[in-house]
Write a protein that binds this ligand. Structure first.
Ligand code: AGP
Length: 604
């Protein structure tokens, strides 16, 4: 998830671009850059790290006459966060910025390299500007070359491109990644990934639709639809509150990030699924040579996604898999064998306990892999290999979309290993891949479901505690649901394997004990149901989450009937996330910054 901005007009474009990128830092900030064409002079600046570094580089750069400019703040998906990989990417006479993932960049890059094009970066984006300049040689106009280029791209993108031959034009295209355009009182045009950068400049904005492409100049605004039909912009009034704009109108970043899961998981999958196999370009299959066991190590929510992985790896990859709580692993003098692949999982890539276990594993000579959301973080730099989750910046302290993308990566990884180890028939792998493609639909939040949970949450604001219970992968989900509730409502909650209730916890059963029971249709339903009935018979208050009716529950939060238990997992994940959100809001808590917590625990 990155942020892009653009401007065409007589104002201080450097200031407009840099201020716009500042407003988009919540979308990603491992590197940033701008390119401005004033007259015949292109000026481009790029810097890694926070935007202040780019400000420093541009401090002597003045834009005091008509110009066209584009800018970008990056959240790495392809290629390390370096200056070379930062956008804008340059051709001979053109620059491009891009948010999204070009799925077919490798084949386009191969052809361009054969044509003798020299690439500077590892990114997919750089292909766009070189492909444009290749098409320019055989097109009657720059716009025709741009149109052909867009037709040749597969994947998700929001693109702004400028070229020296068209000194007063910005070309744009949008498909799958957000982009909008605003107009100010001088009829000057502004582009951005979201509306925050335009607040204070424009009063009217046009949200582009998927498939839109076109160009703007001082006197023109030309938009074509996916069907190549010219269309008029549809302007709406721009909100004026920047913070609510960053939250896109949601009450909290956590709420926004729950709703974003559909989009970010789509990014997580991009370029990694063919019909018959899972592809992880960023790792070599040799990483798994000689490996007979996988040991997963993490903290908190990342531990819960890792626990989910243990079921998938042993079930599909047939690889012995174990899991560790990082803070415990550090001090228990563990036995580590070199045929074990040590996998750390971390949203931030900076959690102190997890990082220390990674160092222990490397010191013991084990091969290491990190599943992480932040490229260039300490763990990414230290591990032998890395798979990025592509969740974008997660602002809410209580992790949601990071967890969802971690589990998505693990499900894919279990099939990647299944093919490598020949532990599953190709047809079975293909069936699982088809199911994985349905994850984004499974995490889409329905208004009806959200409203139902919001109303029901008023009954769960007191009591002497919560049990979240589930079996199989729904046990780690129960742990995650309990953690979400604890973190933001400050009510006591425990996650438990359903089968464990009779080994002591059921002594707590009474009407003031709330049990959130995960009852999937496709995994041990009857066994989980009888566990819940044991609690219900002792008058515990039961809230069941299930695709099936359950008459012993005091409340039922229905999910859709699914083809597979893992899709039920993702549907129930959204329910427990929304449930904790709505309880916390009713209790008046700061959902995004709960007391005593930090987004990244970089100390012991
Ligand atoms: C989860 O909601 C919490 N923010 C916390 O448990 C978190 O998952 C844990 O601190 C690990 O963080 P990491 O994924 O960045 O390593």
């Amino acid at each position: 998830m990155c942020g892009i901005v653009g401007y065409i007009g007589k104002k201080d474009s450097k200031r407009i671009l840099l201020d716009g990128l500042k407003e988009l830092e919540y979308r990603g900030y491992d590197s940033a850059g701008i390119a401005v064409l004033q007259g015949d002079n292109f000026s481009s600046f790029k810097a890694t790290g926070k935007l202040i570094n780019l400000e420093e580089k541009t401090k002597d750069f003045v834009t005091d006459k008509f110009s066209i400019g584009i800018g970008h703040t990056r959240w790495a998906t392809h290629g390390k966060p370096t200056e070379l990989n930062a956008h804008p990417h340059a051709g001979e006479n053109s620059y491009v910025v891009h948010n999204g993932i070009i799925e077919n960049y490798a084949e386009l890059k191969k052809e361009l390299l054969e044509d003798g094009v020299h690439f500077l970066s590892q990114t997919d984006t750089e292909v766009i500007v070189h492909q444009f300049e290749k098409n320019l040689k055989t097109s009657i106009s720059a716009f025709e070359a741009f149109k052909i280029t867009i037709e040749q791209l597969h994947g998700a993108y929001a693109i702004l491109l400028v070229t020296k031959g068209e000194k007063e034009t910005i070309f744009f295209a949008k498909n799958g990644s957000p982009m909008l355009m605003g107009i100010d009182s001088d009829n000057e045009k502004y582009f951005a990934s979201s509306d925050t950068p335009l607040i204070g400049h424009c009063s009217d904005i046009n949200y582009f639709e998927d498939g839109d492409y076109g160009y703007v100049s001082p006197d023109a605004l030309v938009i074509f639809s996916q069907k190549n039909l010219q269309k008029e912009p549809v302007f709406t009034k721009l909100s004026t509150n920047k913070l609510s704009a960053q939250k896109d109108g949601y009450r909290f970043f956590m709420e926004k990030e729950i709703y974003e899961q559909h989009d970010v998981i789509t990014d997580t999958l991009l370029g990694r699924l063919s019909e018959e196999r899972v592809i992880f370009e960023e790792i070599e299959s040799s990483l798994f040579d000689g490996i007979n066991e996988i040991k997963l190590c993490a903290c908190g929510t990342s531990y819960h996604s890792a626990l989910t992985a243990t079921y998938l790896f042993e079930r599909y990859s047939k690889v012995k898999t174990s899991i560790e709580v990082a803070s415990e692993f550090r001090y228990r003098e563990p036995i580590m064998n070199k045929d074990t692949l040590f996998v750390v999982i971390s949203q931030s890539g900076e959690t102190a306990d997890t990082l220390e276990t990674l160092k222990m594993a490397k010191k013991a000579g084990l091969k290491t892999l990190v599943i992480c959301n932040v490229d260039n973080s300490s763990m990414v730099r230290l591990a032998d290999a890395c798979i990025l989750t592509r969740a974008g910046v997660e602002k809410g302290v209580a992790s949601t979309k990071a967890f969802a993308t971690q589990v998505t990566v693990f499900w894919m990884m279990s099939l990647y290993l299944a093919e490598l180890k020949s532990s599953m028939a190709k047809e079975e792998i293909q069936k699982q891949i088809a199911l994985i493609r349905e994850i984004p639909a499974s995490v889409r939040v329905s208004d009806a479901m959200h409203e139902h949970i919001k109303r029901l949450s008023k009954r769960y604001l007191h009591g002497h505690g919560f049990f979240f219970i589930g079996r199989d992968v729904f046990y780690p989900l129960a742990l995650e649901g309990a953690l979400k509730l604890k973190e933001i409502s400050y009510l006591h909650a425990e996650g438990y394997p359903s089968g464990e209730m009779k080994h002591g916890p059921i002594a707590l059963a009474d009407p003031e004990l709330f049990t959130i029971a995960l009852l999937p249709e496709h995994k041990l339903y009857e066994k989980a149901k009888s566990n819940v009935e044991e609690l219900s018979a002792r008058d515990a208050t039961i809230c069941a989450i299930s695709p099936l009716e359950f008459d012993k529950a005091d409340d039922l939060i229905p999910i859709n009937r699914c083809k597979d238990y893992m899709l039920e997992f993702f549907e129930m994940m959204v329910v427990v996330q929304i449930l904790s959100l709505e309880i916390s809001i009713r209790l008046g808590n700061d959902v995004d910054m709960p007391r005593n917590l930090a987004k990244s625990v970089t100390v012991e």
